[in-house]
Design a protein around this ligand. Structure first.
Ligand SMILES: *[C@@H]1O[C@H](CO)[C@@H](O)[C@H](O)[C@H]1NC(C)=O
Ligand SMILES: *[C@@H]1O[C@H](CO)[C@@H](O)[C@H](O)[C@H]1NC(C)=O
Length: 194
């Protein structure tokens, strides 16, 4: 990294990471089938989840423990009855919206952070969230459907406690998103068996 001024770099670092991630994901299966891998290869999703790394970084960076701006925490509860009553695209749009809200707030908090380690950590978190947004958006456009209108994401509360925010982000991607993936994975056998 050439940049050691403690200034947040908006784009260079995430793009390098994204390229790396794309390489890792394309190694796992056919390069042209990335979003399908996301749905059908659980290992591809495990590789994508960076929460453990971010938690380790946070343990080394006390400046990031309390964020300078509040972050809206999306609702991560899944109610089986209401879940089953809604079509897949609606769930996908809802999760996408929660992720976008989170990315926006983390970006804001990062902009207000002074310490270099906090800037880097929040940059990595923002990038990780954006990877999920990117993949879900691709899946959505592949489905050929317009994105359904969903109500504003349900916000449980706001927090400036990054440890808590990381926990909730992890629940969003490892619980709620996994629910969605398990529904979508019904298409996997037919598509990969050929
Ligand atoms: C970043 O912070 C500066 C000053 O702290 C502010 O003027 C600017 O609007 C902020 N940008 C974003 C995208 O939040
Ligand atoms: C921040 O959140 C973590 C995880 O929920 C919790 O253990 C910790 O006590 C919280 N810290 C503060 C200062 O509230």
């Amino acid at each position: 990294m050439e940049d050691d001024q403690g200034v947040c770099r908006a784009h260079a670092f995430p793009q390098a990471l994204f390229l790396l991630l794309s390489l890792v994901l394309s190694e796992l299966s056919h390069p042209e089938a990335k979003p399908l891998d996301f749905v059908c290869v659980s290992e591809a999703r495990k590789v994508m989840n960076k929460v453990k790394d971010l938690q380790e970084d946070l343990a080394q960076c006390s400046a990031a423990a309390f964020l300078p701006a509040p972050v809206r925490i999306p609702c991560i509860r899944v109610n089986i009855m209401t879940w089953k009553s809604k079509p897949i695209p609606e769930h996908r749009a809802e999760i996408l919206q929660s992720l976008q809200m989170l990315a926006q707030d983390i970006h804001h908090a990062r902009n207000g952070s002074q310490a270099e380690c906090a800037c880097k950590l929040l940059g990595r978190l923002e990038h990780n969230i954006n990877n999920y947004i990117h993949t879900l958006t691709q899946l959505h456009s592949q489905s050929g459907l317009d994105r359904p209108k969903v109500p504003d994401p349900s916000v449980q509360h706001v927090s400036q406690n990054l440890s808590l925010i990381l926990q909730r982000f992890d629940l969003l991607i490892s619980r709620k998103l996994e629910w969605l993936v398990s529904e979508m994975a019904k298409e996997c056998e037919t598509k990969t068996a050929t």
